[in-house]
Design a protein around this ligand. Structure first.
Ligand code: ADP
Ligand code: MG
Length: 654
């Protein structure tokens, strides 16, 4: 270890003793603590993060300069330079991008700017996994990754168009100091705008100052960066010789597909997205015709932490003729595809269009349509080519994509093609709607479904019994969004969606698959009169709790179940509304009793004979309680239920 390196390791006084020192926010401190203490699986990523920021800064200035030429003084040859200094044990990354003023430095480097990083932290905190942080190196913690290899970091930056240069320093532990830069410091910038980041390399990270190591990291992680990256290796250039960039320095999506490796695609994905997993799907194409654009899109294999965060950063960047325009154009991608990241590079949009004007631009909506079609088509292809990958994708994002069923009628057909549902047909594999329809018998006209919280309890729903006994397949849906699209979308290919927990389903035209079930029904005919009396009896007894009682056509094994009335709100929907929106529709349900069930038949005989009035009263309440419990509802009078239950058990024992 050289003396300089030793000094880097221990030298924190410069920061702590400074009167300008500001402590980090708690979030930042925690993140830095993790960065410092975690065992990094891969420290190389710090350079990827810094280059990625430098490239973004150049992209942003290039856009700003379109409307304000003065910012770059007309010359816009953007570059990133990496300078190792082995004597001083420093590594410096300089860019001539947009730069940062005092406020930017404080806000961007003093707080966690990336919503993704904050969310990762939040998630790890909630899971109590702070100890096992060795994975975080893969996630990319942005600028703070510097502290994996540096004892402290200096930043000198000047924002394009402004005349003050600032100096920022931090030890990555306590806080940072900020002040105006001296002339000497300001001179170190390669241009009159941009940022210089100097890392004071720790003793165990010396290899990051070796030229070959730097070249290797750049080609592994940053080759797709369009801005040229130079290595300042101290070699004198001969007459007429120019320094060659150490990256390919052309926009990845403009290169021929067969010249791009999977690794390069992957690194590009890491650069633009906030996720650091491997994409599960990638598509790269050029649309030609009325509108022309090139697009390279990815679908992550892991659900982003902020999938349901309305402020989540969009992962889709818009370029116009290779110039970065914005990553905040929410009309470029439907919200139900918000997990898609990538770039769109348009040939048709004017370069000098303001971001506000883009919002309502017809070219943008045409691109959105094309992009959506392409994505849905690729997902459909994946479903036949790689079932496992498709299942993962659908499992992660199906619930989000189903929002599109009511949000984008234009794409509904294509969306339905990739929708998968659990069904009574198969216990493990989900089914598509077209497969469902293929299995329908000629007599069946509707697509039957049931909704609820959990697939396991749905499978045992009493309302399904009549369908199972007749081999009628029922789809089982557990996403909240299902309730909503089912309300909006009446049918699929002319077949109506019908809830099995709503209305009076008539299954009499379907044959039961077990002959003994048919016999039961014959026996029931004998009890017809008594059942009618009992139905009327229950109705008066339970009038407070239910709309009415009727003999069921959908039950075969259970004695009772609850359903929604024909025109009412379906029963699971009612629950959803109640829980999520604190809305009480106040609609009473229908209690169905199973006329084939021995219990019901016995009780019916008792009611007809007007025997044992108190017992019958309790029995009526017990039937109602049962129906509620199966439905996962709470009981109106739990202690009354317990008392009745005890009495019934007593009776059974004596
Ligand atoms: P992210 O890049 O995901 O926003 P980072 O931690 O990498 O998160 O960077 C935080 C912010 O700091 C960036 O969003 C940017 O605004 C600013 N920043 C970092 N490096 C530079 C740079 N070289 N030039 C200009 N701004 C920068
Ligand atoms: Mg970054």
């Amino acid at each position: 270890m050289t003396n300089a390196q030793k000094k880097n390791e221990t030298d924190t006084t410069t920061v702590q003793d400074d009167e300008n020192m500001r402590p980090f926010e708690t979030d930042v401190s925690r993140l830095l603590d993790i960065v410092a203490n975690a065992l990094y699986s891969n420290r190389d990523v710090f350079l990827r993060e810094l280059i990625s920021n430098a490239a973004d800064a150049c992209d942003r200035l290039r856009y700003e300069a379109l409307s304000n030429n003065n910012l770059t003084k007309g010359s816009a040859s953007f570059n990133i330079t990496i300078t190792p200094d082995r004597d001083m044990a420093t590594l410096t990354i300089t860019d001539n991008g947009i730069g940062m003023n005092k406020e930017d430095l404080i806000n961007n480097l003093g707080t966690i700017a990336r919503s993704g990083t904050a969310a990762i932290l939040e998630n790890l905190k909630s899971q109590g996994q702070e100890k096992d942080m060795s994975l975080i190196g893969q996630f990319g913690v942005g600028f703070y990754a510097s502290f994996m290899v540096a004892g402290h970091v200096d930043v000198i930056s000047r924002k394009a168009g402004e005349d003050k240069t600032y100096y920022w320093r931090s030890d990555g532990r306590t806080g940072f100091t900020i002040r105006e830069a001296t002339d000497e410091e300001a001179k170190q910038l390669t241009d009159n705008h941009g940022t210089l980041i100097k890392l004071f390399i720790k003793g165990d990270a010396f290899d990051y100052m070796i030229d070959d190591k730097i070249k290797q990291i750049v080609s592994a992680y940053s080759d797709h960066i369009e801005i040229p990256i130079y290595l300042e290796d101290g070699k004198e250039l001969k007459e007429g010789e120019t320094r060659e960039p150490i990256n390919a320095a052309s926009a990845l999506w403009t290169r021929p597909k067969n010249e791009i490796t999977e690794e390069q695609y992957k690194e590009f994905y890491h650069h633009i997205g906030t996720a650091f997993d491997d994409p599960i799907l990638k598509t790269h194409w050029t649309a030609e015709g009325v509108i022309e654009y090139t697009s390279l899109l990815f679908i992550p294999s892991l659900r982003p932490w902020d999938l349901y965060d309305p402020n989540a950063k969009s992962g889709l960047r818009l370029y116009v003729k290779r110039v970065f325009i914005t990553d905040q154009l929410d009309t470029l991608l439907y919200p139900w595809l918000r997990f898609v990241s990538g770039i769109v590079d348009s040939q048709d949009l004017p370069l000098n269009i303001s971001r506000e004007m883009l919002q309502s631009n017809p070219v943008v909506s045409k691109i959105r349509s094309g992009v959506t079609k392409r994505i849905l088509n690729e997902i459909d292809k994946l479903s036949t080519q790689d079932e496992a990958a498709f299942a993962t994708l659908w499992g992660q994002f199906g619930a989000v994509m189903k929002e599109g069923l009511y949000d984008a009628v234009e794409h509904r057909e294509a969306l339905f093609k990739i929708c998968r549902f659990f069904s009574t047909h198969d216990n493990e594999k989900q089914t598509s709607l077209s497969d469902y329809i293929e299995r329908m018998s000629d007599a069946q006209e509707k697509i039957y479904y049931i909704t609820g919280d959990k697939i396991e309890s749905l499978r045992n729903s009493p309302q399904l019994e009549g369908f199972k006994s007749r081999d009628i397949e029922v789809l089982m849906m557990t996403d909240t969004v299902d309730e909503f699209w089912l309300q909006q979308v009446g049918d699929y290919q002319g077949k109506k969606f019908q809830s099995v927990t709503q209305g009076n389903v008539d299954l009499s035209k379907f044959e039961k698959n077990k002959p003994e079930d048919e016999k039961k029904t014959e026996k029931t005919a004998e009890h017809k009169k008594e059942i009618e009396t009992f139905t009327a009896y229950l109705q008066t007894q339970l009038a407070d709790q239910i709309a009415f009682v009727r003999p069921s056509k959908r039950l075969t094994e259970s004695p009772v179940c609850l359903v929604a009335d024909e025109g009412g709100v379906d029963i699971n929907m009612e629950k959803t509304l109640r829980l999520q929106q604190k809305y009480e529709p106040g609609i009473k349900k229908v209690l169905e009793i199973n006329p084939d069930h021995t219990l019901i038949q016995t009780l019916a005989s008792m009611a007809a004979a007007e025997k044992d009035e108190t017992f019958l009263k309790d029995a009526a309440l017990m039937l109602m309680d049962q129906a509620l419990i199966i439905q996962g509802e709470s009981l109106p009078d739990p202690s009354g239920f317990a008392k009745r239950m005890a009495e019934f058990m007593q009776r059974g024992l004596s």
